[in-house]
Design a protein around this ligand. Structure first.
Ligand code: ZN
Length: 65
């Protein structure tokens, strides 16, 4: 869904983006949270250990041992 040419973003993501540094991967790396590859252009965030992980992995990190 587009409004004035801008993608409609979800309020939940907006709130998260204010609190978690988020950017797009510039090079291929490996997500330490799930072990999967992170492809260039994927959205990534820093987790609590200051490591780059998938954006969704950083969001889901709460409650992990
Ligand atoms: Zn991941």
């Amino acid at each position: 869904m587009l409004i004035n040419g801008q993608p409609l973003f979800q309020p939940r993501n907006f709130i998260i983006n204010l609190s978690i540094l988020c950017m797009k991967a510039k090079f291929a790396t490996v997500c330490i949270a799930c072990g999967d590859k992170i492809q260039p252009g994927k959205e990534i965030s820093k987790n609590q250990d200051e490591k780059w992980v998938h954006k969704h992995c950083a969001e889901d990190s709460d409650g992990l041992p």
